[in-house]
Ligand binder design. Sequence first.
Ligand code: ATP
Ligand code: MG
Length: 137
Amino acid sequence: MTGEPVIRIRGLVNRFGRQVLHDGLDLDVLGGEVMGVVGGSGTGKSVLLKTIIGLNRPAAGTIDVLGQDPFADDEAAVRRLQARWGVLFQDGALFSSLTVAENIAVPLKEHGPGGGMSAGLLAELATLKIRMVGLPI
Ligand SMILES: Nc1ncnc2c1ncn2[C@@H]1O[C@H](COP(=O)(O)OP(=O)(O)OP(=O)(O)O)[C@@H](O)[C@H]1O
Ligand SMILES: [Mg+2]
């Protein structure tokens, strides 16, 4: 783990109508740290994650991910930040119409070098990544 937080949350407030989910939440996640968020259904775990990745604008508080505000007005900066994280949602983590290798290639196509990579290179990189996590090809 490294000293500087990768995710830094201060004074987070999330509420929907009269329902208060987060009331002044502070949280640091350090580089290399693996953190689980545990709680009953409907207590705000998914809303917390959506706030961290800029999908749910909080009522108050500050979010800093890799030194940047995911709600910043600078769209290009936010897009560069989005290219640095991976998110698997609770339901439908994969595109069901694509193979596993094609799913892995999606961010490489989206955020890869300008001009795009050849289909052969994409397939090769997908195979490499599947091998890296110890899955059979
Ligand atoms: N966009 C929204 N508008 C209004 N209410 C919302 C919105 N998003 C979430 N909620 C409500 O906020 C509460 C927390 O939802 P959340 O999805 O974060 O729960 P959770 O802890 O992830 O639950 P689970 O364990 O079932 O996944 C729920 O009562 C939910 O209905
Ligand atoms: Mg959830």
